[in-house]
Design a protein around this ligand. Structure first.
Ligand code: PMP
Length: 400
């Protein structure tokens, strides 16, 4: 008898399943809108030219392959914090503890583990309903109790702001609340700046602890400062936030696994204590983080010319997505597709919750070779000038 004979097969990952079905389809018209990675105007993966230039500079400098410190590459973590927090007061007074992480997921996991060990209140975290599918698993495996707050209104395909506020009001004081800093995944629906200000006040009143997940800075609006509004507002309002950053989307460094986790401390002395404990959390998990991607990001963030190039490339990616939203909206309305489609344009970031039902998504897969998750979420980056008309017509037919 095998040692593992009692191990049951786990369910397949719902998003990777979409890719499997897509791969198995032999139609030349097929479109994969499941995967959350940017594609260029020809549907191809895109390596940013600022990233290529940074790699050339790095290679020319003939770097070694020694271990990084447990907390990562100092020039990278410093620049990552600056990108996120800007001129925020805690950063200026050296009161932000920051460590490198294995992309955004790793940052969430370090945060979860740290809160599990040191958060001085009940260890419950509230995440939006719906949220990125991995949030529940990451925080549960970190030892936190995961609960939900209302976020999305199916009827309006928009933010359920009243429901969200009601749920925040009924959370026990000193709970942890996870917020998507921008480009909410999977809905593409974000609070407005005015709503963020209200949320910041409410979260302060209720003495909740905000944990920001910022996986799309710059990628949402095309502007890294605009996308950091919520985070920076909360910090300037005096919240001691936790922050998970990812450079997967905004630098196209998916597989390089570049990210950072940070905590706002009271002062430099507290920051040093937090960093010492973050290292103790990290050391037994993976000892120290990977080198190459952090060097790329650091080269870009610390070189004036490359930084400017990168900002315009992020803007280019965001704008291509925004233009696809406009074209999809115009097409659907032009085809007299039943229903309101304004949400396609008002949503932001990689994803759009189309409002398509599960049977409609099945019909699209079977009849039109178009693949998306069963909740009707599409990756906008999978659309381009070559397939948008076919996609729009297929959706219009599926809805009629
Ligand atoms: N948070 C959110 C909301 C995301 O959408 C993602 C990427 N899908 C991540 C975190 C983490 O991604 P990564 O680990 O690749 O940085």
């Amino acid at each position: 008898l095998s040692t593992w004979s009692a191990v049951p097969a786990g369910p397949p990952d719902p998003i990777l399943g979409v890719t499997e079905a897509f791969k198995a389809d032999t139609s030349s018209q097929k479109i994969n809108l499941g995967v959350g990675a940017y594609r260029d105007g020809n549907g191809k993966p895109y390596v940013l030219s600022s990233v290529k230039k940074a790699e050339e500079l790095l290679s020319a400098s003939n770097p070694d392959k020694e271990y990084l410190p447990i907390s990562g590459l100092p020039e990278f973590t410093k620049a990552a914090a600056k990108l996120a927090y800007g001129d925020a007061a805690p950063l200026k007074k050296n009161a932000v503890a920051v460590v490198q992480s294995i992309s955004g997921t790793g940052a969430l996991r370090i945060g979860g583990a740290f809160l599990g060990r040191f958060f001085p209140h009940a260890k419950a975290i509230y995440i939006p309903n719906p949220s990125w599918g991995n949030h529940t698993a990451v925080f549960r495996d970190s030892g936190l109790e995961v609960k939900q707050y209302r976020y999305f209104d199916k009827k309006t395909v928009g933010l359920d702001f009243a429901g969200m506020k009601e749920d925040i009001k009924t959370m026990p004081a000193n709970s942890i609340v996870l917020l998507h800093a921008c480009a909410h995944n999977p809905t593409g629906v974000d609070p407005t700046p005015e709503q963020w200000i209200e949320l910041s006040n409410l979260i302060a009143e209720k003495q909740l602890f905000p944990f920001f997940d910022m996986a799309y800075q710059g990628f949402a609006s095309g502007d890294t400062v605009r996308d950091a509004f919520a985070l920076r507002h909360f910090v300037s309002a005096g919240h001691q936030v936790a922050l998970a950053q990812s450079f997967a989307k905004n630098m196209g460094l998916y597989g390089e696994r570049v990210g950072a986790f940070s905590l706002v401390a009271a002062d430099a002395e507290e920051k040093a204590r937090l960093e010492s404990q973050l290292k103790i959390v990290i050391r037994p998990m993976y000892s120290n983080p990977p080198l190459h991607g952090a060097r790329i990001a650091s080269t870009i963030l610390n070189n004036e010319k490359l930084y400017a190039d990168w900002l315009s490339e992020v803007k280019g990616m965001a704008e291509r997505i925004i233009s696809m939203r406009e074209r999809l909206y115009d097409n659907l309305v032009g085809l007299n597709t039943p229903g309101g489609w304004g949400h396609i344009k008002s949503q932001i970031g990689m994803f759009s919750f189309t409002g398509l039902t599960t049977p409609q998504t099945q019909k699209l897969a079977e009849k039109a070779h178009i693949y998306m998750t069963a909740d009707g979420r599409i990756s906008m980056a999978g659309l381009n000038a070559h397939n948008i008309d076919y996609f729009s017509e297929s959706v219009s037919k599926a809805v009629k």
